[in-house]
Design a protein around this ligand. Structure first.
Ligand code: XMP
Length: 318
């Protein structure tokens, strides 16, 4: 793909020119945008780039290990992994309300990131995987009434750090970012991953979040995604995941009565994420996913399927 390799070549040259022999830091989330930005910058300036990966404890199952493996071991990036799980769970104790959870997670994330930034020496640039729609979106928000859910990834950086911004993807749309990612050699399954919200599983455990519930949810979600891929359905839907409800119900397993949580399977088909329909999976597929989750995940004894469109429902439950 000519245009894409042109883009990469031009950006690599520009990044080298701008950065010179200075140092760059980047918050690597494991998402498409920050990953593509990181690999691109790494290609330009090698280990003058340091990535900070914050494990919030609210990510997909084994996400931290996977990020370290792909970007640390395979791409030989300089990544600092910050295991901040306990801090996030502590801050979320007793908090039920979705927007408060979002704020807490967003603020804590910035705090952890800032602490790491202050620890680093001689950093001149902060790189971000900002893409064109992020810029448009943050400009088009007219006031609090326009914000249905606050999005936390367009964060500010602390002035005291005196960093310059480096945003090599700021003129690209998502599909272009993906093409750049493929061209740079990032595995296809990472480049074409469904979107994952900044607050992560913090807003997919409905109500109060704790480590135990997150562990349960991670296992169920992994099963659902695994089966979607196995059945060739993953790429046919826009976003699929499991939600954990704080509702316990009675079940029976063998001779035993159970009293466990309820999982919701959610899958949306959408072009722009503003409106969406639910995915019409074959019953047999739903049955298989439900059986696997109930049999394999301790803590869930009931699985439901969300058949709500957006609007009036949103894709996430919180
Ligand atoms: P909703 O639930 O509003 O979601 O229909 C639309 C899309 O936005 C994602 N989403 C978020 N992304 N921070 C994010 O970065 C957030 O707070 C957030 N809330 C929702 C959601 O996953 C879906 O793709």
């Amino acid at each position: 793909n000519w245009e894409i390799s042109d883009f990469i070549e031009t950006e690599v040259r520009k990044i080298r020119e701008i950065v010179g022999n200075k140092k760059v830091m980047l918050g690597l989330s494991g998402g498409v945008d920050s990953s593509v930005a990181a690999v691109l910058i790494q290609k330009a300036i090698g280990n003058q780039l340091t990535c900070i990966f914050v494990d919030t404890g609210l990510l997909r199952k084994d996400e931290g290990d996977k990020v370290m493996k792909v970007y640390g071991e395979h791409f030989h990036m300089n990544i600092k992994r910050v295991n901040a799980e306990e801090r996030f769970f502590f801050k979320l104790k007793g908090v039920n309300e979705p927007e408060r959870k979002r704020k807490i997670i967003g603020n804590e994330f910035i705090r952890v990131f800032e602490e790491e930034a202050f620890k680093m020496e001689d950093i001149d640039f902060l790189a971000q995987g900002t893409i064109y729609p992020d810029i448009i979106e943050s400009k088009s928000v007219k006031g609090p009434s326009a914000v249905i859910k606050s999005h936390h990834n367009v964060g500010g950086l602390p002035d005291e750090l005196n960093l310059q911004l480096l945003e090599p993807l700021r003129e690209l749309f998502k599909d272009e970012v993906r093409k750049v990612g493929i061209e740079l050699g990032i595995p296809k399954e990472l480049v074409y991953r469904h979107p994952f919200p900044g607050p992560g599983l913090g807003i997919r455990v409905v109500g109060e979040v704790d480590e135990e519930k997150v562990k349960i949810l991670q296992q169920a979600d992994e099963i659902f995604i695994e089966e979607l891929i196995k059945h060739g359905l993953y790429d046919k839907v826009s976003q699929a995941f499991v939600v954990l409800l704080p509702v316990k119900s009675v079940g029976v397993m063998g001779d035993e009565r159970t009293y466990e949580y309820t999982a919701v399977i959610r899958s949306a088909n959408t072009v722009d994420f503003m409106t969406a329909t639910w995915s019409k999976f074959p019953y047999e597929f739903l049955e298989l996913v439900s059986n696997r989750i109930i049999n394999e995940v301790k803590g869930i004894n009931r699985v439901t399927y969300d058949i709500s469109s957006k609007p009036p429902a949103t894709i996430e439950w919180e």
